[in-house]
Design a protein around this ligand. Structure first.
Ligand SMILES: Cc1cc2nc3c(=O)[nH]c(=O)nc-3n(C[C@H](O)[C@H](O)[C@H](O)COP(=O)(O)OP(=O)(O)OC[C@H]3O[C@@H](n4cnc5c(N)ncnc54)[C@H](O)[C@@H]3O)c2cc1C
Length: 302
């Protein structure tokens, strides 16, 4: 019998020229040259191990903090949302959560187990991976105050376990070993009461609905809050609520939100961001810094 060499191929799905507008909460963005949806972590490691040297690589979660330009992403996008979706308690007060699990699910799961400390995640419409990359936070809670360890993959598919001390963490900012992406985190929480966790989540979601334009295409807060101040207050005090470029408009409900009111392009949104920055600086002398990540190339460069 002749020995047949079998190449192992990734089990996940690879799509070509995938419109990123389908994968971002602003509903804008040109095509990714390739988009990979892994079957699981091992499958992703296998896919990465076969990636050509020099191939641009970009990871996304739920695209809720991303402005992908209209010319798209000239490289390979790795999608985690709902794909790297393992979540389990690993001790009395610890959870292991994979990168693609939506933050809201983590909050509800912890509350059901009677663990407190993850409630703030309930209203953040991203994944655990995105929350780790951004140090996402709300109502006084921050992702990295709960991180004990993370697991990462590099572009060759090598897996590592890292401690919190390997990362420098600040407000909406995380710096760690270059060339690694998050595949999971171990979160440390505290024993609480099952019913109080659920009640806190409801209260936080209610507060959010009162102050933020829910259900509209946005990416949440566009700008970081400057030291000692609020970006929303500066924008509102500059008279910019309702300002539009094309179909991209500064929200009337929360001035730090930009809404795609229907048919906006990434170029419209980027131009509105620049306009808001220019006017706020002129009026208040404060240079706002965008919190959203702007990626890809402009339509005229594609
Ligand atoms: C209505 C609304 C409300 C919001 N409210 C809040 C809020 O209260 N607090 C807050 O902090 N944010 C808020 N956001 C912003 C956003 O939800 C968070 O920044 C979230 O953490 C982004 O997660 P994501 O999975 O969508 O990441 P994406 O937008 O997909 O990616 C964001 C960044 O993370 C990187 N990334 C994603 N996954 C990984 C990974 N596995 N490994 C390494 N890097 C990765 C991406 O490359 C990119 O640079 C809000 C957004 C919206 C639309």
């Amino acid at each position: 019998m002749s020995a047949v060499m079998k190449t192992i191929a990734p089990r996940g799905r690879l799509r070509y020229d995938e419109p990123m507008a389908r994968h971002t909460s602003w509903r804008v963005g040109g095509p990714a040259r390739r988009l990979f949806e892994p079957a699981d972590v091992d499958d992703l490691a296998l896919f990465l191990s076969g990636l050509p040297e020099g191939e641009p690589l970009f990871w996304i979660g739920l695209g809720s903090n991303l402005l992908v330009r209209d010319g798209g992403i000239p490289g390979t996008v790795i999608m985690t949302a709902g794909l790297l979706n393992g979540m389990a308690s690993t001790g009395q007060e610890t959870l292991r959560v994979e990168a693609g699990v939506p933050c809201a699910k983590v909050a509800r799961y912890a509350a059901r187990l009677g663990l407190s400390g993850a409630e703030f995640l309930a209203g953040i419409p991203g994944t655990m991976g995105g929350a780790l990359a951004m140090n996402a936070g709300a109502f006084g809670g921050e992702t990295w105050t709960r991180v004990e360890q993370v697991e990462t993959l590099d572009r060759r598919g090598r897996r590592r376990r890292r401690d919190r001390a390997d990362y420098r963490v600040g407000y909406r900012e995380v710096r760690g070993p270059a060339g690694e992406w998050f595949i999971a985190a171990t979160l440390g929480l505290e024993k609480g009461e099952t019913d109080t966790g659920g009640a806190r989540i409801k209260a936080l979601l209610r507060r959010r609905a009162e102050t933020q334009p829910m259900g509209l295409a946005s990416c949440g807060s566009v700008f970081r809050n400057p030291q000692g101040g609020h970006a929303a207050q500066l924008i509102e005090a500059s008279g910019l609520k309702g300002l539009c470029v094309g179909a991209a408009c500064v929200s009337e409900k929360h001035a730090n939100f930009i809404i795609n009111t229907g048919g906006a392009t990434a170029a419209d949104i980027e131009a509105l961001i620049a306009r808001v920055m220019e006017i706020v600086e002129r009026v208040h002398g404060v240079r706002l810094i965008p919190e959203v990540k702007v990626v890809g190339r402009a339509a005229h460069d594609a």
